[in-house]
Design a binder for this molecule. Structure first.
Ligand SMILES: Cc1ncc(COP(=O)(O)O)c(C=O)c1O
Length: 361
C-alpha cells in the first residue's frame, strides 16, 4: 500500500464547516466571514478583460499588485510578497522557519489553521489564555520558552472580533528575543476605523516581524485567493524560495489591483458592515444574549450553555441561516455570525427572537 508521510497520516482532516441548510431551504451562509457584497463593477470588468490573456502565466513578481498595495499603504513594494490567500503565506512561513525542534506560541482563540500547519512540521504549540476574548500580551510573554521560534497573533481576532491596540503589539515585539519571528495576522484590519488602528508595518522593517493581510475580507475576493504580507528582507528571501510563484492567477492579480485602487469601495463597505454589526449586536443584546464587541465583519454570540448554542444553531439552520458553531475553538457555548446585508441581518435578528420566544418548539 502507498504510505503517506507519517506526520500527514497521523493528522485529522482539516475541519471545514458544514454550510448546508436544512433540506429544501435555500441557505444564507453566515459561517465563513465572507464579504456581504459582490466585488465592484470595476473589479468584475478587469477580471473579464484579463481572461483574454489567460493563455499566459501570471506575473510571478506581482509587480503591479505590489505597487498598488505599496502606494495605498505607503510601503516599500520590495518587501511585499503575495500568495494564494494569506493562508499560503502562513504555510510557507511555517515550512521555512519551523521544525520539530521548535515551538509556536499563540493565543487561545488564534486562527486554527496555524495549529494544523504546526502539526505538519512537528512543531510544538503553546497557548496563552485570552482575557475577555482579548489577546493578552503579558500572558504571551510569560509563556515564552527558550525554543519558542514563532509567536502568532491575530488582530483583530477571529473568532473573537476584538482588537488590541497596536501599542500592545509593539510591547509584545519589544519583549521578544530578536530571533523570534512575530507573525501578526491582520486579515480583518480594514474593518477597523483607520483612526483606531495606526499601522504596524514599520515593525517588518526594523525587526523579525511579518504582517499579513488579505483580499478575502473587506475587498470581497475570497474566491479569487489573494493575500499579501509585509516582510523583513531576509524572511522574504527565504519565503520566495518555497512559495509557488504562479499561485496568484492573472485574473486574481487584476482583480486585487483594481480592488486596492478603489479605496472608496472599501471605506463604504467598512461603514455599512459597522452599521449592520451595531444593529445586529444590539438586537441580540436585547434578547439577553451576550455579544463580544467586534471590530470585524462577524460577531461572537455567547449563549447561556452549549445546549442553548446548539439549539439556536439548529433553529437558524432550519430557517436557512447557516452560522458557525465554535466547538472547534473550545467555545461550544458560542456561535459566530458573519455580518451580511441589511436584509440578512434583519432576518437573523428576527429568527433569533423567534427562537427565544420558543416559536417552533
Ligand atoms: C484570522 C484569519 N486569518 C487568515 C484567514 C485566511 O485568509 P485568506 O483567504 O487570505 O487565506 C482567515 C480566513 O477566514 C482568517 O479568519
Amino acid at each position: 500500500m502507498l504510505k503517506p508521510n507519517p506526520t500527514v497520516a497521523s493528522m485529522a482532516a482539516y475541519a471545514l464547516p458544514d454550510i448546508s441548510a436544512a433540506e429544501g431551504v435555500e441557505p444564507i451562509v453566515l459561517a465563513q466571514n465572507e464579504h456581504a457584497f459582490a466585488p465592484s463593477a470595476a473589479v468584475q470588468r478587469v477580471v473579464s478583460e484579463a481572461v483574454a490573456s489567460g493563455q499566459l502565466y501570471p506575473d510571478t513578481d506581482w509587480t503591479e499588485l505590489r505597487e498598488a498595495i505599496a502606494s495605498v499603504h505607503g510601503l516599500d513594494a520590495g518587501r511585499i510578497v503575495c500568495g494564494a490567500g494569506s493562508m499560503e503565506l502562513m504555510s510557507s512561513l511555517m515550512l521555512a522557519y519551523m521544525s520539530a525542534d521548535d515551538r509556536m506560541l499563540m493565543t487561545e482563540y488564534g486562527y486554527l489553521f496555524m495549529r494544523t500547519l504546526s502539526k505538519l512540521v512537528g512543531a510544538k504549540v503553546d497557548v496563552a489564555p485570552e482575557i475577555d476574548y482579548r489577546v493578552d500580551v503579558d500572558g504571551l510573554l510569560a509563556r515564552l520558552q527558550p525554543d519558542t521560534r514563532l509567536v502568532f497573533v491575530v488582530n483583530p481576532g477571529n473568532p473573537s472580533g476584538t482588537l488590541i491596540h497596536n501599542d500592545d503589539i509593539r510591547r509584545l515585539r519589544a519583549g521578544l528575543p530578536d530571533d523570534v519571528l512575530l507573525l501578526v495576522d491582520e486579515a480583518y484590519a480594514e474593518f477597523v476605523e483607520p483612526d483606531f488602528h495606526a499601522p504596524l508595518f514599520d515593525l517588518a522593517e526594523t525587526s523579525n516581524t511579518v504582517i499579513t493581510r488579505t483580499f478575502s475580507k473587506i475587498y470581497g475576493l475570497a474566491g479569487l485567493r489573494v493575500g499579501w504580507g509585509y516582510f523583513p528582507e531576509e524572511v522574504r528571501d527565504q519565503l520566495r524560495k518555497i512559495i509557488n510563484p504562479s499561485s496568484v492567477s492573472s485574473l486574481s492579480q487584476a482583480a486585487a489591483c483594481a480592488a486596492m485602487s478603489d479605496q472608496g469601495y472599501a471605506a463604504q463597505a467598512r461603514q455599512m458592515i459597522a452599521e449592520q454589526r451595531g444593529l445586529l449586536s444590539q438586537a441580540i443584546a436585547e434578547l439577553d444574549l451576550s455579544v463580544v464587541p467586534s471590530q470585524t465583519n462577524f460577531i461572537l454570540v455567547d449563549f447561556e450553555s452549549p445546549g442553548q448554542a446548539t439549539a439556536a444553531f439548529d433553529f437558524l439552520r432550519q430557517r436557512g441561516l447557516v452560522v458557525r458553531p465554535m466547538g472547534g475553538y473550545g467555545l461550544p457555548g458560542c456561535l459566530r455570525i458573519t455580518i451580511g446585508t441589511a436584509e440578512q441581518m434583519a432576518l437573523t435578528a428576527a429568527t433569533l427572537e423567534d427562537w427565544k420566544d420558543g416559536v417552533g418548539d
